[in-house]
Design a protein around this ligand. Structure first.
Ligand code: 26Q
Length: 815
């Protein structure tokens, strides 16, 4: 180990191995305060992260100066979630110094992989919507679009999931416990955020709102470097602080808790992601969170505009504000309020400016996920906003009354019948110049269902932008083996422009390439097998087919159908132990929302079934079921490159898009899936021979529900399904508590809203087709290569170009 300081003449922030080594040692000593002999993995990770951050800063400042100089239009992406995961490898890779850093650490006797594992996974989100926001940040930097991500700096991200006796257990997550080397605190950037109080009318449209309570929003900035490090954007996360100074008087009287109260109350706002909102207090907290980060972000972008311009009517030429779902939809009345009350703009003009800036992305058609706030709550917390919402609603009512053809008046109003609730989807729709769905099918269904009447009144507002994923994280960094192999074949232009990976298609017919592709997959499977042992103690056979379903636990995603099919498959093996079974490892991972009892029971079922199947000597290595705990971005980065079969089996019409489906296809897994969300577009692009589609279509699901779905009909006609349900109901997997899964079996036999019974036979048949196809390894690999080659369109760079062109009206760089 050579830890002598390199000579002083090495360029301070150079990218050579010697310069990096010097930078790491300098930071280790002077920022972390450790010497190499006493540093633990996390110390090295912090030192390297700071060295990487140093290499981003010059470009960051340059980018900022350039945007000011050219007065370019900026994009502001408002999101309650940013599921960014770890930053070290992505940042180094985007800067082109990942291998150099690895070598520099090698020289110091430190393993890069070990220290990278010590970085906590920033889980400021729970699923697809949050990960999409993170992929978009990367793509906006790659395409040179001046952009800010705006969100909340949660003290605790999404809970850590443990499995105890098969049940999900939740523990608080603590990603900031050991500091965050990527962020910069900006003590001078602070905005007051008010709640409650009273409103007094003033001249014209103005009003004076005197909040009953005020907190400060304080900014923390993280630079986001794009591929090549040319353009660096900012993720600005808000943290809540009390307005006053410390209450020394109370403290000195020994009233320590009273003295700390203002701080505790303020910090409650950004304490956790998704506080339980089943209580009125929880609901109030969530509304406060939404308003808190939305208001801070709008005040920030207005200040930036007003510093250099005086005509507020031109704001839409300088600011495009994207609302990631309805969570920031309070932006509609808030921007109107800031313009009218603080800047003296008339109401009508303010609404026009607001609409010119704002756009809304819808991520779900599920009625329970479309936010509705009780009017009383909005009035109590945001009295001025309720006035403005009423005024917007009334103005809109006069437009609706004139609509041709006439529409369902009540369906389109922002305040629902009786005025008891504020419908945030309708508010976002009316306050935006564009509304987008996230896959072709989802956008079509939006137009035909939830927003049918709004689309009639305001035609042309809805557009589609099919989701995408960043190839930097989801191929280049997470699958170095495949990235290298692809680069040897076609060069590496695809990293910055994924559509070029199409050039790989001819290699599907090259036997040598297929063999190499297979070797890489095998290596990734071995890496995952090691992880499975480390996490669960179970050993799996890396030669078996790796079948994977990883995503949030939700009934519509139908992890239950996967489990039922696993039970039926197990029973079939038991009945014919000597048949020629294709060995399979079924990997399932995902978190259930803490209050979602049915989803938690499904996790328990999967674990109980796994326990029985994995212990059965008759089954041996031919079938294993593994539930991996604590699914997050970092775990996905290990699982996806190793997957061979990607389970995308939602009830058609219910998965808005999916993005995991795209990550799997890019990494050479074949999909078994329904015609739902972006699966439809994946099937179009990879070709029907290279995907396993089964089940009812969205239209068929709607028709079946309208006709009255009868699950018994399907169960009676399917011995395999009936046998699986019977085994679960009789306690075959829960002998200690035979009734444990009653809620599941009763629902399947009685109601089955998610159409598991209707699709079961088609799903099971598709699985047997998969087994047959996998038997021909060489042909399977040919199809896998074609999935990788045809997945280029699913780059988030393509998605962002679409937003830039159809929604934001901003120019795009070379990329
Ligand atoms: C709503 C009200 C109250 C509390 C929480 C919520 C809430 C929170 C999170 C509602 C929805 C979400 C997250 C939704 C989500 O992640 N949707 C996914 O978005 C992806 C990106 O567009 C799609 O690919 C997925 O299909 C969609 O499920």
């Amino acid at each position: 180990m050579d830890i002598a300081m390199p000579q002083a003449d090495v360029e301070v922030r150079g990218n050579s191995q010697i310069a990096l080594k010097k930078a790491i040692l300098e930071h280790l000593a002077y920022s972390v305060g450790k010497d190499a002999d006493h540093a633990v993995a996390r110390d090295w990770a912090v030192a390297l992260s700071l060295a990487a951050r140093d290499r981003v800063i010059d470009r960051w400042m340059q980018t900022t100066r350039e945007v000011y100089r050219t007065d370019a239009k900026r994009v502001y992406y408002l999101s309650m979630e940013f599921l960014i995961g770890r930053l070290l490898s992505d940042t180094l890779s985007n800067l082109g110094i990942l291998e150099t850093a690895r070598a520099a650490l090698d020289e110091l006797g430190v393993s890069y992989d070990k220290i990278a594992e010590s970085e906590p996974d920033a889980a400021l989100g729970n699923g697809g919507l949050g990960r999409l926001a993170a992929c978009f940040l990367d793509s906006m930097s790659n395409l040179g679009i001046p952009a800010y991500g705006y969100g909340i700096r949660y003290r605790h991200g999404l809970f850590r999931q443990k499995i105890g006796d098969g049940w999900q257990l939740e523990e608080a997550e603590d990603w900031l416990a050991q500091g965050n080397p990527w962020e910069f605190r900006r003590p001078e950037v602070r905005y007051p955020i008010g709640f409650g109080g009273s409103v007094a009318a003033a001249e014209g449209d103005r009003a004076v709102w005197t909040p009953g309570e005020t907190v400060l929003a304080a900014a923390f900035d993280t630079p986001v470097a794009g591929w090549g490090g040319h353009h660096v954007n900012t993720l600005r996360l808000w943290s809540a602080k009390p307005t006053g100074g410390f209450d020394l008087a109370h403290f000195n009287q020994g009233q320590f808790l009273e003295a700390a109260a203002p701080e505790v109350l303020a910090e409650t706002i950004c304490r956790v992601l998704y506080p339980d909102d089943t209580t009125p207090e929880g609901q109030e907290l969530r509304l406060k969170q939404e308003y808190f980060f939305t208001s801070a972000s709008l005040q920030d972008l207005l200040r930036r505009f007003v510093n250099h311009h005086d005509d507020l009517a031109r704001l839409p030429n300088h600011a495009a504000v994207q609302m990631n779902d309805t969570h920031p939809a309070i932006a509609v009345p808030e921007l109107v309020r800031l313009l009218v009350d603080d800047h003296g703009v008339g109401f009508d003009k303010a609404l026009e400016i607001t609409r010119g800036c704002l756009a809304y992305t819808n991520h779900t058609l599920l009625p329970e996920a479309l936010e509705r706030w009780p009017r009383g709550l909005v009035g109590a917390i945001l009295p001025r906003h309720l006035q403005l919402i009423e005024r917007i609603d009334q103005g809109f009512a006069t437009v609706v009354a004139k609509a041709q053809p006439p529409v369902d008046f009540e369906a389109v109003r922002i305040l629902d019948t009786g005025g008891d609730a504020v419908r945030m989807g309708n508010l976002a729709f009316v306050g935006s110049h564009r509304v987008n769905g996230v896959s072709a099918l989802h956008t079509d269904l939006m137009q035909r269902t939830v927003f049918h009447d709004l689309n009639t009144v305001l035609p042309g507002r809805i557009v589609n932008q099919t989701n995408g994923i960043t190839p930097r994280r989801w191929m280049k960094v997470c699958n170095p083996g495949l990235s290298k192999l692809v680069a040897q074949a076609i060069g590496d232009d695809w990293v910055g422009d994924l559509e070029r990976i199409e050039a790989l298609a001819p290699f599907a017919d090259d036997a040598g390439f297929r063999a190499d592709f297979r070797t890489v997959k095998q290596e990734n499977k071995r890496r995952l097998s090691d992880r499975i042992v480390a996490l669960t103690g179970q050993t799996v056979d890396p030669d078996a087919m790796f079948d994977v379903q990883i995503k949030r636990l939700h009934e519509y995603k139908r992890q239950l159908m996967n489990a039922l099919e696993a039970v039926a498959h197990y029973q079939a093996i038991q009945q014919a132990p000597d048949a020629d079974w294709q060995p399979r490892v079924k990997v399932i991972a995902g978190k259930a929302f803490p209050g979602y009892a049915m989803a938690k029971l499904i996790i328990k079922l999967i674990n109980d079934v796994a326990k029985v199947v994995n212990a059965d000597p008759v089954v041996r290595d031919r079938f294993k079921i593994v539930f991996l705990p604590n699914y997050n971005v970092s775990l996905a980065e290990v699982i996806i490159p190793a997957a061979e079969l990607s389970e995308q089996i939602s009830t058609a019409g219910m998965e808005a898009s999916g993005t995991g489906n795209m990550k799997f296809a890019l990494n050479g897994a074949l999909t078994i899936g329904t015609l739902d969300g972006a699966n439809v577009e994946i099937a179009e692009r990879v070709g029907e021979d290279n995907i396993f589609i089964f089940g009812l279509t969205a239209d068929e699901v709607a028709a079946a529900r309208a006709a009255g779905h009868d699950p018994r009909r399907y169960i009676d006609a399917s011995p395999a399904l009936a046998g699986a349900i019977e085994a679960i109901a009789s306690g075959a997997f829960s002998p200690d508590d035979p009734d444990r899964f009653r809620a599941i079996t009763d629902d399947l036999t009685g109601h089955d809203y998610f159409m598991v019974t209707a699709d079961f036979d088609a799903y099971a048949a598709a699985q047997r087709t998969v087994d047959g196809a996998y038997g021909d390894q060489d042909d399977w690999t040919r199809r896998a290569v074609l999935n990788t080659a045809h997945a280029g369109w699913f780059s988030s760079d393509r998605t962002i170009r679409g937003y830039a062109r159809d929604i934001w009206d901003v120019p795009v760089g070379a990329g």
